[in-house]
Design a protein around this ligand. Sequence first.
Ligand code: SF4
Length: 252
Amino acid sequence: MSIRRVVVGFSGGVTSAWCAGWALRNFPREEVILLFCDTKEEDPDTYRFLHEMAKALDMPITERSDGRSVTEVARDEGAMPNDQMAFCSRILKQEPANRFLCELQEQGVTEVIRIMGFSGEEPVRMQRHTALCWQQTSFFCNVSVRFPVAEEGVTKQECWDWCSCTMGVQPPEMYSWSDHANCPGCVRGGKNYWMAVKEHRPAVFEQRKAFEAEMGFTIINGCSLAQLEVEGVKRVVGRKEAISIGPCSCGE
Ligand code: SF4
């Protein structure tokens, strides 16, 4: 007997929330799982969004977390994660998700469709996750991946509008200054991003600055946050994928 599960990466962003809605429109509700892997350093408003969206979708959140924060993982590994080596993402998100696939297999699930909220503008991430699923298929049950945002050609703004207007859930406050709703103080950010962290999440900036001093490593290659604070950025770079957070296009 074949048993299928549709596992949506429910990360706290507007695209992953839209994907949850897409999955519920395209697959039987009882097959859909909203999987959240907590990094313990998400923005407080992102947790609010996750819970309100799950309630609006009338779905439970299935949480599988490592239990440690980004900072704790870095301490345990004795290294500072950064853009070239974001092991926090592997340890706190990918590995708990993989363990969850094992759990499903142990429960008799024979097919898993993973749903990711990547857009068509992220071909490298899409390729990497497709390859990861091929790899997973050799260990677990039959695993495939779908990227509905890219498949349907919806924009991040449309995902935003869907959350806000259709579902009545205000998207995370993180979007007012960042392109994504991942951990504030994400180790993948560059200089401009960190200047924005300093402005919008000063406590996070100070924590990461002190953490660099404690670890003896920098997050940005060749420039500590203390140095950046003094020097600033030479040129303010525009966002790659700007998102309007003005009034909703439905006019609500
Ligand atoms: S969002 Fe950034 S800091 Fe948080 S787990 Fe992912 S890579 Fe690490």
